[in-house]
Design a protein around this ligand. Sequence first.
Ligand SMILES: Nc1ncnc2c1ncn2[C@@H]1O[C@H](COP(=O)(O)OP(=O)(O)OP(=O)(O)O)[C@@H](O)[C@H]1O
Length: 617
Amino acid sequence: MAGAKMAQNHARAKGNREDEEEDDEIGFEEMGLDPRLLRAISKRKLAKPTPIQSKAIPLILEGKDVVARAKTGSGKTLAYLLPLVHKILGESGGNVSFSGPRAFVLVPTRELCQQVHDDVRSLFEHCGGSFRVVQLTTNMSVQSMTAAMAGPPDVVVATPARISACIQNEILLPSALRDSLSTLVLDEADLLLSYGYEDDLRKLAPHIPRRCQCLLMSATSSEDVEKLKKLVLHNPVILTLMEDATDESIVPKSVQQFLLKCEPRDKLLHALALLKFELIQKKGLIFVNTVDTGFRLKLFLEQFGIKSAVLNAELPQNSRLHILKEFNVGLFDYLIATDDGKSSHPVSDESKEGEEDQGDVPAEKKGASKKTKRLVDAEFGVVRGVDFKHVRTVINFDVPLTPAGYVHRIGRTGRAGNSGLAVTLITPKDEEMLSLVEGVLGGDPEQRTITPFPLLNKAAVESLRYRAEDVARGVTKIAVREARAKELRMEILNSDRLKAHFEDNPTDLELLKHDKVLSKKQPSVHLRTVPEYLRDPSTEAASRQIKIARQVAGDNQRFYKKRKQKKGGKEDPLKTFSAKPKRKRDGQDAGGFRAKKKKVGGQGVPKKKHHSRQKRK
Ligand SMILES: Nc1ncnc2c1ncn2[C@@H]1O[C@H](COP(=O)(O)OP(=O)(O)OP(=O)(O)O)[C@@H](O)[C@H]1O
């Protein structure tokens, strides 16, 4: 059971506690969690709780309503899932039967729905017993929803629209909710209203029993969060978790943020330079604001032998999930993504009714959604909450449309304390948004949070200009339109195949490759490599550092992890080296990189080592 530390933690459970000072750390074992869950935690090799988990889990176990705000990638999902599963395990002894689900987890997007569903299911699997977790998404007909809710399941992960559809279609009876529902989680709460779920949540609110524990998780605070708090929570404990007492930034400190200024016509050129000279670490997630830009970038890059996949709201759901899985296991290095169904394509509400299985949707609605169906899925969203694995770099090819969008985009890297890097391409018209973003990031007002990217200089960019402009001219609007239509046709054909295949082979990801070449014109061999005479020495040197850092991070991951733990610091060549045009000194690298500090970073190598390796080359 809980020890003294847990008692301390419980004692602190009273009242609001915004920006609290650093507490004693509390381990998973001291929280009073079910032993089966402790086994599941140890199987996942989670050594200790993250700060939000340390704070939130004991409070949730006490039965409190909790509003938790913590940075992206800080482990909020397990902060609510562990106590949720604990509670269900505890309620399940003897002959107790339930007429309705015991917990709802409401999320804004399908992608997140799938992720949370998989997470909670795997926790139950580790615990043994026969617990049922279902997900309800927009592509389900009334029949499929009825089948899913029969039983009833123990946990339902869904978008609010689906729950309200279940109530409306009497698949979920208010009496069953009153009797059974004991936990309601609103995950990514700052987004639920902006995704248009306010009505659905208002319809659900009167059916939530008074004794039901309500939890609200979010990465940013907003008026919407306040609204939701009032709608469903009772006298909640408010947790706002920053990394330390002086931390006012809303982005994890482990994410270094850079900008690259360029003219709009040079964005492709700059993206090419970053990737071709390997100045950033893989895997990379590249955000664009429209699907067309995504395909344009893909077609452009593939001419230089740089493969990528495009993830967007118009692809069928199975394809999207497959792309995410492939990217997560590392089958390709670059994923180009649009933000979400809403921001990249304004769509009507009808499109929420789904795109695939519309068995029970009335005919007129089918017609209405058919119009938008080919366009987008409004519940698509990979920026918010989706846990991309091992993304080292986020590139904002287009500046996001809102400051919150920026926070969520770059939050796809630097997760769970890992280091990450974000580079945003800034054109003159983006300066205003950049200031807005800087304004919400917090941190020291005297210092810019987003600084110029130090590793790419003008000479290196210019060395690629001729080739880049030549190729860009070939990526016409027609070529983009054709590639987009071709991809969509293929993915629609593949969608059913994928569904059937995954049911039989859940772990097989090699079936379809999503980073295949889409251009009609096959990439020229001579564009794959940058010839010696075009290479800029300082960029070459920077590129070598990044490669060495990658090798070191890959080869000696365990060593560096331990070392990082010991030092409590992050290691990164970008901290170590300045890419300012060099003054060549004897024995110094041609790139002239100077060490800023003696200590170097997580992905990097000590300066001395780095020089000796370079000399050997
Ligand atoms: N105690 C822990 N130790 C190490 N890793 C953890 C721990 N808890 C969670 N993680 C990992 O951290 C990553 C991020 O967790 P999670 O997705 O819950 O973050 P989040 O706070 O919900 O982020 P976002 O706001 O972007 O949704 C996941 O890969 C998760 O497995």
